[in-house]
Ligand binder design. Structure first.
Ligand SMILES: Cc1ncc(COP(=O)(O)O)c(C=O)c1O
Length: 318
């Protein structure tokens, strides 16, 4: 299964160079530092279209910008705005573009200096753009392989920082998995414990309990991971054990599922040509998926603080 391509249109509004401009008007020099050396950090945020309310429900907006700020700090990228201002800018872009469909928001802060010196000095730039995005992967059952590419270690290229350069590691693993006929790759750490999938965190159900690798397993500390742990504890009475996970625990698990803004909650039904559980989506993943989508689309008042609503009237479109 190949992933769908989601492309931004030149006609859409974005934030670049300190103002709102059309995507098609943005020009970057090939000498841009981040383009040459991967010295940028980014976020991926989803806004879910709620046709009943006529709103886009922006999921975990503040949490994403809080993580963005921390990523910037790690890479010495100076942000020209506070978290509150970044949230406001994002809502303004959505109001202008007024998409009446599920949408992905991509904030990107990067070293913009046009110099060939490799360091973390020099000016930074901030861009925020949006693209329409439905399901990034199938949500009924993925076939995964454990990658021969290891996850970059925290003291090599930190996954925690969500920096553009570290996604070369991701691309190598995904490419190898796809060429071998799998949907996605699962990374091990340098010491051989399970880390995460290509762009998603991983959960296992074993002996009736949920397990996920800890923050020290070279993972991106996922916002969906936190959301799923909250749902599992509050709604299913299942606290998650954050502990090291061995490779063959994946084969022995009753359920495995991936979580992420893009992946949402995606069950894994086969790993390294071995069925996970019964080889189909398990009841825990199914229930969590249902609860997650309800909360993400702003349909569960108990989780009203997960989303910010943006009203998108038909007439608001260009
Ligand atoms: C490497 C990686 N791990 C995990 C995740 C999941 O993080 P989140 O739930 O915050 O989207 C992502 C991205 O979305 C990712 O790129």
């Amino acid at each position: 299964m190949s992933r769908k391509a989601f492309a931004a249109s030149d006609a859409e509004w974005c934030y670049h160079g300190g103002e709102l401009v059309k995507m098609g008007d943005v020009r970057l020099s090939p000498a841009t530092h981040a383009l040459n050396y991967g010295t940028g950090v980014f976020e991926g945020i989803r806004a879910y279209w709620n046709p009943t309310k006529g709103t886009l429900q922006v999921l975990k907006l503040r949490e994403h910008y809080e993580r963005f700020e921390k990523s910037c700090r790690i890479l010495h990228v100076e942000l020209p705005h506070t978290v509150d201002e970044l949230c406001e800018i994002t809502l303004e872009i959505l109001k202008r573009n007024a998409p009446r469909e599920d949408t992905y928001i991509r904030p990107l802060a990067y070293k913009a200096i046009e110099s060939v010196g490799v360091n973390l000095r020099g000016d930074s730039e901030l861009s925020v753009f949006t693209v329409p995005m439905g399901n990034y992967v199938e949500l009924t059952g993925l076939r995964c392989s454990v990658s021969s590419w290891r996850r970059t270690a925290d003291n090599a290229i930190p996954a925690r920082a969500k920096c553009t350069g570290s996604y070369v590691n991701t691309a190598l693993a995904v490419d190898a998995a796809h060429r071998a006929g799998y949907d996605d790759a699962i990374f091990l750490t340098q010491t051989g414990f399970v880390s995460e999938a290509s762009a998603a965190n991983i959960f296992l159900l074993r002996k009736g309990g949920l397990i996920t690798p800890p923050a020290t397993a070279d993972i991106l500390e996922g916002i969906t991971r936190d959301a799923v742990m909250e749902l599992a504890e509050k709604e299913l009475g299942m606290p998650t054990d954050k502990r090291d996970v061995g490779r063959t625990e994946l084969y022995a698990a009753d359920e495995v599922f991936l979580t992420g803004t893009g992946f949402q909650i995606a069950p894994v039904t086969e790993i390294d040509d071995r069925k996970v559980g019964e080889g189909e989506m398990g009841p825990v993943a199914a229930r969590l998926q249902e609860l997650y989508f309800e909360a993400a689309r702003g349909e569960n008042p108990d989780y009203a603080d997960w989303t910010v609503a943006v009203e998108v009237a038909e007439k608001a479109r260009r």
